[in-house]
Design a protein around this ligand. Structure first.
Ligand code: PMP
Length: 357
């Protein structure tokens, strides 16, 4: 089996052990005579898969009992609308912290539903840091931030304090580190980076915040309806949930989120040390807010970008092109990226620098 190192921002690499297990179980899931893809979501086999996935996620994050865990669809993008639809609770106001492309999209969508104001923004320095001082209106329904901006590579390493319910788009660093769920009103994440395949969105929400969805909210988008139906108000993304469940077990097997965090700190250090010691490559992000998951970097001479990418692909290092909105390079090094992949990238970068620097 030959596997490449894929630095995609998502869908991203999955642990090889998870894929191998899914392969073994493809035709016959544990003697059931069925593939998971063929199972009724109401059947006892799939119900047990879903229940185990939720229990494993709850134990990984130590999710308090007064939080609901929902396995939904529509991606984090749908949450940009679903959050205001459910959490405004008649208040008509919500605050947003703007740190890059994804939080910009979130507030744009929220403006369709309410008076959405900017509580803080890092636009003054081209979205290269995470503002810590927020101006939050006391009568706003919630304050929303993106705890890891996938495109800009800016991560909040501490959970900000908020007097009103705190909502996080944690898509691109979910399960990369421990998280104190009790500090949040709601956390959401598309699965396709650290948690599983595309098609699944995980929402963790405090139960007193649900049950007051705005009039006109489609029933499938009402958190309370989904919570009451164990996320099966409609047919859920069954296969994605199954794979996510295997990923949760894999993380447990690694030693849980504290162990995952340790690995991620080590991997990010290898790459940032290379950037910091180089005269040729540079990271645009403020040091204290650098993401452990998404590492954007630039070459001193932009005209060498294509040659860099071509050489990388020849070494099985793929998907390193930065997002079109920022250019340059970006290495996404999620949980399933082995440290060997990061080391191989760094040794290629050094080789490239010595040739062209
Ligand atoms: N938020 C963040 C932080 C993201 O990285 C992404 C996707 N890359 C999204 C939202 C949108 O997610 P989806 O494509 O699953 O809707």
């Amino acid at each position: 089996m030959s596997r490449i190192y894929n630095f995609s921002a998502g869908p991203a690499m999955l642990p090889a052990e998870v894929l191998a297990r899914a392969g073994d179980e493809m035709l016959d899931w544990r003697g059931s005579g069925m593939s998971v893809m063929e199972m009724s979501h109401r059947g006892k086999e799939f119900m047990s898969i879903a229940a185990e996935a939720e229990a494993d996620l709850r134990s990984l994050l130590a999710i308090p009992a007064n939080y609901k865990v929902l396995f939904l669809q529509g991606g984090a993008t749908l949450q940009f609308a679903q959050v205001p639809m459910n959490l405004l609770r008649g208040k008509g106001k919500a605050d947003y912290v703007i740190t890059g492309e994804w939080s910009k999209k979130a507030i744009k969508e929220a403006k369709n539903y309410c008076d959405a104001a900017v509580a803080a923004s890092s636009e003054d320095r081209n979205f290269t840091y995470a503002p810590k001082t927020w101006n939050v209106r006391k009568d706003a329904a919630y304050v929303h931030y993106c705890s890891n901006e996938t495109i800009g590579g800016v991560e909040y390493h501490e959970v900000p304090k908020a007097e009103i319910p705190l909502v996080a788009d944690a898509s691109s660093h979910f399960l990369s580190r421990p998280l104190d769920v009790a500090k949040f009103g709601l956390i959401y994440a598309g699965a396709q980076k650290n948690a599983g395949p595309a098609g699944l969105t995980i929402v963790i929400v405090r139960d007193d915040l649900i049950g007051q969805a705005a009039k006109g909210t489609p029933s499938v988008m009402d958190y309370k309806g989904q919570a009451d139906a164990d996320s099966m108000l409609n047919t859920p993304a069954t296969y994605s949930m199954y794979i996510a469940g295997l990923v949760f077990k894999w993380i447990k097997h690694q030693g849980g989120l504290a162990a995952m965090e340790k690995q991620n700190i080590e991997k990010a250090k290898v790459l940032y040390d290379c950037l910091d010691s180089s005269q040729f490559f540079a990271s645009p992000v403020a040091k204290e807010d650098r993401s452990r998951m998404n590492v954007p970097f630039t070459l001193k001479d932009k005209s060498l970008d294509d040659a860099f990418l071509k050489g990388a692909a020849q070494r099985d290092l793929t998907q390193l092109k930065g997002h079109r909105s920022v250019g340059g390079m970006r290495a996404s090094i999620y949980n399933a990226m082995p440290i060997e992949g990061v080391r191989k990238l760094v040794s290629y970068m050094k080789e490239f620098e010595s040739k062209h620097g």
